[in-house]
Design a protein around this ligand. Structure first.
Ligand code: ATP
Length: 254
């Protein structure tokens, strides 16, 4: 049969108190693909991600993981099921060094282990009882600049380098679906390209990724599908080439 999407929203309505912000959102992230959710300020993109990771409950509609309804599940439950997001503050410790941050990650006991490992670390897999050395090896292979800066306080890294550390932490949870909200925010275009190259490689290794961006230009090259959101509705879905004509200058970011 046909494999269900790894992550799926069906007819989702959600909002804040009496104010409905999402008016029946349908969105699917097929396994191993990158879906870019684009739209102007206030369209409801962040609210959509919040529903996906259990930070917000839909008032109606369904959230499904690999075809199974997980509507109303808590953020903890969804995290355990492999839905992973980078928290607003990036979840890193600014007053610890890069290496100390990596050590903290070993204490989270969530690094891919043995045969439970889902995807990303194939070839450089951390073993049961993950050690700092394992985590360092994986992190520095993926992000060489973090190796060069291992002794530097995380709070003094550049924005892009902090995102790399945050991504390392996120990947340490061995996610099935990675949710990214405006990764490009406040970063130089060159850094954004670098980060998205890495995200593209994760997808090539089989991870499913939902990326929210306000501007399309940087994310289009790695997106398999683009969903355009306007006023709490998905108004267009398709391959980047199909959706491109609907992308106004506003979406592309002049
Ligand atoms: P942005 O790029 O500005 O974050 P967005 O597309 O992510 O925009 P949301 O953050 O999902 O949009 O916001 C959608 C609507 O919900 C907006 O009108 C916003 O004002 C409203 N909203 C967001 N968060 C809250 C909140 N905590 N309480 C009340 N209204 C909210």
């Amino acid at each position: 049969g046909i494999e269900p999407p790894l992550l799926e929203l069906a007819g989702v309505r959600a909002g804040y108190g009496p104010i409905e912000v999402l008016h029946g959102v349908d969105l699917a992230v097929p396994a191993g693909s990158v879906v870019a959710l684009l739209g102007p300020n206030g369209a409801g993109k962040t609210t959509t991600l919040n529903v996906c990771c259990g930070l917000q409950r839909p008032s109606s509609g369904e959230l499904r993981l690999a075809g199974r309804s997980v509507t109303g599940a808590s953020a903890e439950t969804l995290a355990r099921l492999g839905v992973c997001t980078i928290p607003e503050r990036r979840g890193i410790f600014p007053n610890l060094t890069v290496r100390e941050n990596l050590w903290m990650m070993t204490q989270a006991r969530s690094w891919p282990r043995g045969k439970q490992a889902r995807s990303w670390s194939r070839g450089a897999q951390a073993q049961p009882g993950v050690s700092l050395r394992d985590v360092e090896e994986i992190a520095y292979a993926r992000f060489p600049v973090l190796g060069e800066r291992r002794g530097q306080l995380a709070g003094t890294l550049s924005g892009g380098q902090q995102q790399m550390l945050a991504l390392t932490r996120a990947l340490g949870t061995d996610p099935a679906v990675l949710l990214l909200d405006e990764l490009s925010m406040g970063l130089a275009p060159r850094v954004v390209r670098e980060l998205y190259e890495i995200v593209g490689r994760l997808a090539a290794e089989g991870m499913s990724i939902l990326i929210v961006e306000q501007f399309a230009r940087t994310v289009l090259p790695i997106a398999d599908q683009v969903a355009l959101m306007l006023h709490g509705r998905i108004v267009n879905v398709g391959a980047p080439s199909e959706v491109e004509e609907h992308l106004s200058a506003a979406y592309l970011g002049a």
